[in-house]
Design a binder for this molecule. Sequence first.
Ligand SMILES: [Zn+2]
Length: 255
Amino acid sequence: MIDFHTHTPAWRSATWLGGTPFGADDFVAFMDTVGTDQAVVLSHDGLFDPQPEANDELAAFVRQHPDRLHGFGTVPVRAPDAAAEVDRMMTDLGLRGLKLHPWLQGFSMHERSLDPICEALTAHGGILLSHDGTPPYSTPAQIAALARRHPTLPVVLGHGGLHDCWREALALTRETANLYLCICGTPPYAARQILAAAPAHKVLFGTDAGLSDRKSQDYAVARVAEIDGWRITDSQRRAMLVDNPRRLLAGASLP
Ligand SMILES: [Zn+2]
């Protein structure tokens, strides 16, 4: 399976979930024990302090296992050179996408400074993954509005709407051609409804592995089993865990 939502350890900033530091070899060893073939690794420190150094550290982490790990960096969206940093991330650093966390980073998805950032990302065939599910910032509708302004950029709702916004996440994923949804932290009852009703090629699975201790990570991975067995077909399961993330990462994202 491909885990579409994991994080680097906190090297420089405090983490709220008390994760212990680990290296890329440790992370891949963990992936082996839970049957994860590849992972999208999102910035962690960069969300608290989006400096170029955070992207450098993320790139150094994923570069140790380039066949297993795909890095998504981040930028300060109001900085005049943010689009240039996207260019650098996607070329010099070999990253595959951009992670944004609107409430943690303190901006609205409606800000026009996001447009040149999305244009740079689109030009490099990148993917935008946003935290979602926590109003007032980071609602699926706000993220979908940005996706509609950039219809050739694949945009992923990183948490499937969580508890408060999963219905909205599902509706907007159905209505917005370039919007995808990652089940990650989404409650199982909501995940089942999403899987039953969303276009099968639009659903991804993630665990937030890397943010917390081993027990929590095992639980997150085990949640795929909670979704199983509730009218979920083998082809839906395979699409979510293998085919969809593989197609998105290969750049063949458009319907
Ligand atoms: Zn996350």
